[in-house]
Design a protein around this ligand. Structure first.
Ligand SMILES: Nc1ncnc2c1ncn2[C@@H]1O[C@H](COP(=O)(O)OP(=O)(O)OP(=O)(O)O)[C@@H](O)[C@H]1O
Ligand SMILES: Nc1nc2c(ncn2[C@@H]2O[C@H](COP(=O)(O)O)[C@@H](O)[C@H]2O)c(=O)[nH]1
Length: 404
């Protein structure tokens, strides 16, 4: 996104050498940072578990006890310096120094809804990491429809024609692999007990029992696609579509319909991947799925897959991929360096990061604003929607260069 010229507030620029009456002021303090929230002090960076992750210890001031919490989520690798700022009393923004902006912003959630739920479930102290990502991912596309209608075929065509634009959300399933299916590419083939535990641990965006097996979309499956700057495609059943609609993930929902029930049966049989018993089960379920295609507020579009090429063209059209459009990659963000020594100051939802003295005669590339106004998501997935731009203090705040 492009940030308008007026985005960098003159307020920051005027106060660069002064105090920040409305904000906290924190300096990166080496490899360990302590921060207070209520009667707890969170010590971040004391590596107690291993040298490859940032450790967390909590000192409870009211009981004078140290607690080592359960740490959930993808954890940042340690750095030589961090600074930390409390946001809304429920999470700590941890800025890693000595790294680039694509790995610098992390949120340690200490009292968000997700963490509170996990604390209750585990009856212990819990914190959760969520990686901060600059910019928003394009809305994922949910494709639903009865078994054998051609969802997979249409998705493969789209991914083949636009490989840099789309990425497939690899679901988990307890179903046995078909002969041509590869683990980690078509599905993550999983033991039921393992999948049930992961569901309980909050790792799934949605899951459902489909045709006698368990299927589900992990939060990670959607995040890894978005992290590559690609638009995620989910191939899930109608129950799953309903769950995603009720989740915080904004998506476009498309239902693929067969031209007739007889044609659906013909395709399912011609595919030759299911036993007669499975085919009968899938056809029974197809009736119920077809009935739900007009369920109010569920699907944004319904496409009939009669002739494959015609249906594919319609799909491309509704995704804004008119004929001749080549794979237009989202603008790729160039990461910038966040130095080891830096100071951070918070004013409302804006964090000013000052990475040290400007070199004479060179444009200022050392003073950044991290804008959290549009942030969304969070543990157990990423925190997205961060905006990041440089400001030039010598130009009265009217020179902001967007980095996101
Ligand atoms: N428009 C079409 N006309 C004729 N055959 C088609 C058409 N679209 C797909 N097929 C064929 O129908 C069969 C089922 O398609 P596909 O496997 O893509 O269905 P699906 O909706 O992904 O099924 P499932 O939900 O079981 O994974 C395949 O053999 C495919 O080649
Ligand atoms: N709710 C979910 N449904 C899913 C997921 N992954 C696939 N599916 C649906 O299951 C059926 C059967 O698939 P098959 O590969 O065994 O033929 C099909 O309708 C898929 O859309 C998922 O993660 N969640």
């Amino acid at each position: 996104s492009v940030v308008s010229m007026g985005e960098a507030p003159a307020f920051f620029v005027d106060n660069l050498n002064g105090n920040f009456p409305n904000g906290l002021h924190s300096k990166s303090k080496g490899c360990e940072t302590a921060i207070d929230i209520g009667d707890k002090t969170y010590v971040i960076g004391a590596s107690i578990e291993s040298a490859c992750t940032i450790g967390i210890q909590i000192f409870n001031k009211s009981t004078s006890e140290w607690v080592i919490p359960v740490v959930l989520g993808a954890r940042p690798k340690p750095s030589k310096g961090y600074s930390a700022i409390v946001l809304d009393e429920d999470r700590i923004l941890v800025i890693k120094g000595n790294t680039t902006s694509d790995d610098s912003f992390w949120f340690l959630e200490v009292n968000t809804a997700f963490v509170r739920e996990q604390k209750m479930r585990m009856a212990t102290e819990v914190v959760a990491w969520s990686k901060g990502v600059i910019g928003e991912a394009a809305k994922p596309i949910v494709i639903s429809g009865p078994s054998g209608v051609g969802k997979g075929t249409l998705i493969s065509k789209l991914m083949e024609e636009f490989p840099s634009m789309f990425g497939f959300s690899v679901s988990h399933t307890t179903r046995a692999p078909r002969t041509n299916e590869q683990n980690g590419i078509h599905y993550h083939f999983t033991e039921r007990s393992v999948m049930e535990k992961d569901i309980e641990d909050g790792k799934f965006l949605e899951y459902a029992a489909v045709h006698g097996n368990l299927y589900g979309t992990s939060i990670e499956a959607v995040d890894v696609v978005a992290d590559k700057g690609k638009r995620c495609i989910l191939d899930i059943d109608v129950q799953g579509a309903r769950s995603v609609r009720a989740s915080s993930l904004e998506a476009i929902f498309i239902f693929i319909c067969p031209p007739s029930f007889e044609e659906l049966e013909k395709r399912l049989r011609a595919r030759g991947t299911e036993s007669e018993e499975q085919i009968q089960k899938r056809l029974r379920n197809a009736k119920a799925e077809l009935e739900q295609r007009n369920s109010p507020g569920l699907f944004d579009h319904i496409l009939v897959n009669d002739n494959l090429d015609t249906c594919y063209e319609k799909l491309k059209k509704l995704l804004g991929l008119a004929d001749g459009v080549k794979s237009t990659q989202e603008s790729v963000l160039k990461p910038v360096d966040v130095s080891l020594e830096h100071t951070v100051s918070k004013i409302d939802h804006k964090i000013l990061i000052n990475c040290g003295a400007r070199e004479p005669g060179k444009p200022a590339k050392n003073m950044f604003v991290l804008d959290l106004a549009m942030m969304k998501g969070g543990a157990p997935g990423r925190t997205r929607g961060l905006r990041f731009y440089t400001i030039d203090p010598s130009s009265n705040g009217f020179d902001a260069e967007a980095l996101s």
